[in-house]
Design a binder for this molecule. Structure first.
Ligand SMILES: Nc1ncnc2c1ncn2[C@@H]1O[C@H](COP(=O)(O)OP(=O)(O)OP(=O)(O)O)[C@@H](O)[C@H]1O
Ligand SMILES: [Mg+2]
Length: 305
C-alpha cells in the first residue's frame, strides 16, 4: 500500500541535500532548543515580582531565606552578594545572620570590624530595627548578626516572626542567612518565611541534599523555592557531561541563577571587604547582580560570564 506521506518525506530529504536548506534546518532546530529552554522559565517563573503584600496599608518588603542541604555551599557569600547588589541600586536591604553560634555573615559583608547587634537583641525588645548598624559602603544596607550564647531552641519563634514582619515593613528586601541542614535553626527560619533561595554546588551529593531540602520545604507547604547553583566550573560541568538543566531536573526546582567558581569570593572576605566592593567586575559579583535583578522581576539570561 502506498504511504500517503512518502512524497513529503522524499521532498524533505531532497531539501536537506541543498546546503542553504540544511543551514535553515539547523537554525530552526536551534531555535526550537532555545524555545524549549525559554519554556522552562515560563513554566517555572523565577521572576519574583515585588509582592503586593499589604501590612497595615504599607507595602511589605520581600523576605528570602537562603538555605542549603550541605554545609559550605556558599549561602553566606550569596546572601552578602545579593544584599550588596540590591543596596548598590539604592534598595533598602536588611541582612540577618541566622546561623546561631556560628555566625560569619559580618565577614562576607566586610563588616567584621564594626559593632554588631544581634537579632535577639531586637526581637527581645532591648533595641529597635533603627539601631541596626548600617554598612559604611552601602548606607541602605542594615545588618543584624546571630546571637552567640543562646541555644537556637531557646529563641522564641513568635518574637522572631514579629521581628521579620517589622523588617518587611522597613526594608525592600530582607535576607536570612540560614544554617546548613534541616535542624532547629533551619526550622526557626523556615517557619517564618515563604520564599527560599536554595544554594547548592553542582556535584551529585550537593544536588541530592538540595533535592531533599526542596522536598521537605514542599511537604511543609513552602512552594516558592528557587535554586542557586554556586561555584560552577564550566570545564568541570563539561567533563562530567552535566548541564545546569540536569542539576535543576535532579533537584526538581527552578533556577534563580548560577554563580561561577571565583577566587575573588574568598579573597574579598580575607581582606575584610564585601565582594562587590573588592572586585566589582569579577564573574561572581556579576552573577550576584544578575540574580538580584531577577529577584526584582527583570528578565536576565542565564550565563556563566
Ligand atoms: N562562587 C564561589 N567561588 C569560590 N569560592 C566560594 C564561592 N562561594 C563561596 N565560596 C567560598 O566557599 C566557602 C564557604 O562559603 P560560605 O561560608 O558562604 O558557605 P555557607 O554555605 O554559608 O557555609 P555554612 O554552611 O558553613 O554556613 C568560603 O570560603 C567562601 O569564600
Ligand atoms: Mg554560612
Amino acid at each position: 500500500m502506498c504511504n500517503p506521506f512518502f512524497p513529503y518525506v522524499g521532498r524533505f530529504c531532497a531539501c536537506l541535500r541543498k546546503p542553504g536548506t540544511l543551514f535553515l534546518f539547523i537554525v530552526m532546530k536551534n531555535i526550537s532548543k532555545t524555545a524549549k529552554f525559554l519554556l522552562l522559565f515560563v513554566k517555572n517563573p523565577f521572576i519574583m515580582v515585588a509582592n503586593s503584600g499589604i501590612g497595615g496599608g504599607k507595602r511589605m518588603g520581600e523576605l528570602f531565606a537562603v538555605v542549603s542541604g550541605k554545609g559550605g555551599t556558599g549561602k553566606t557569600s550569596v546572601c552578602a552578594g545579593l544584599a550588596a547588589a540590591l543596596a548598590e541600586e539604592g534598595k533598602r536591604v536588611a541582612c540577618i545572620d541566622c546561623d546561631v553560634g556560628l555566625r560569619n555573615l559580618d565577614i562576607a559583608l566586610g563588616l567584621s570590624e564594626g559593632g554588631a547587634l544581634s537579632f535577639l537583641d531586637v526581637s527581645q525588645g532591648g533595641y529597635t530595627l533603627e539601631d541596626a548598624p548600617r554598612h559604611p559602603d552601602y548606607p541602605t544596607l542594615a545588618f543584624l548578626t546571630a546571637p552567640m550564647n543562646c541555644p537556637v531552641e531557646e529563641i522564641n519563634p513568635e518574637a522572631f516572626g514579629q521581628l521579620l514582619t517589622q523588617a518587611r515593613k522597613a526594608f525592600d528586601y530582607v535576607f536570612l542567612d540560614a544554617p546548613a541542614g534541616v535542624d532547629a535553626g533551619f526550622r526557626l527560619v523556615s517557619r517564618n518565611t515563604d520564599r527560599f533561595l536554595l544554594v547548592t554546588g553542582a556535584g551529585p551529593a550537593a544536588v541530592r541534599d538540595a533535592a531533599r531540602v526542596g522536598d521537605l520545604l514542599e511537604l511543609s507547604g513552602k512552594k516558592n523555592v528557587r535554586l542557586i547553583v554556586n561555584r560552577v566550573d564550566k570545564k568541570m560541568l563539561g567533563a562530567v557531561s552535566l548541564t545546569v538543566d540536569d542539576v535543576m531536573d535532579t533537584a526538581g526546582l527552578p533556577l534563580a541563577g548560577i554563580i561561577p567558581e571565583d577566587p575573588k569570593v574568598t579573597l574579598a572576605a580575607s581582606f575584610g571587604h564585601s565582594l562587590l566592593r573588592y572586585a566589582p567586575r569579577c564573574p561572581a559579583a556579576k552573577a550576584c547582580r544578575r540574580i538580584a535583578n531577577r529577584l526584582q522581576g527583570f528578565h536576565v539570561p542565564v550565563t556563566l560570564r
